[in-house]
Design a protein. Structure first.
Length: 152
């Protein structure tokens, strides 16, 4: 229904309540921008005490029946990155998810050192290409006759 897309859906209090269709006019006041939706999602995530069906319902209700759009997901991701960098206060659910993600990321880095070495080399290519020469690399790869640094 269009109204759900614009203002979100609500959880019915009882299945015995009859559904009544009310004419709905779209106004500029009820239309939310993707940034407003993303901000509401971030607020819910950072204040959540538990990661449960109630949180899922609130998140899905915030997005509404229009669903997750790429622009909303990007704004949420960027908001998470900014909040983590700033050390924003977290509710228990966010803190648990953050700590678990950090552990999993460390495990991934340990299990896939070449992947992270390639990322590190890419950073050097972009920020300090002269450092690569000291490591035995030239523009087209390892310098002949030199032993590049071990990536493992």
């Amino acid at each position: 229904m269009i109204s759900e897309c614009l203002i979100g859906r609500t959880r019915p209090a009882s299945s015995a309540i009859a559904t009544v269709q009310v004419p709905f006019q779209v106004s500029e006041k009820t239309r939310r921008s993707d940034q407003e939706v993303a901000n509401e999602i971030l607020t819910l995530l950072f204040k959540a005490y538990k990661n449960n069906s109630d949180l899922e319902f609130k998140l899905q209700s915030t997005v509404g029946t229009c669903g997750w759009k790429e622009s909303i997901a990007e704004r949420v991701l960027n908001g998470l990155k900014d909040a983590f960098k700033k050390g924003a206060p977290m509710g228990a659910a966010m803190r648990d998810a953050f700590e678990r993600s950090v552990r999993e990321g460390q495990d991934f880095a340990r299990d896939h050192p070449i992947y992270f070495a390639v990322i590190a080399l890419g950073v050097l290519v972009l920020l300090a290409p002269w450092a690569l020469e000291a490591l035995g690399f030239a523009e087209l790869g390892p310098v002949e006759g030199e032993s590049p640094v071990n990536l493992n």
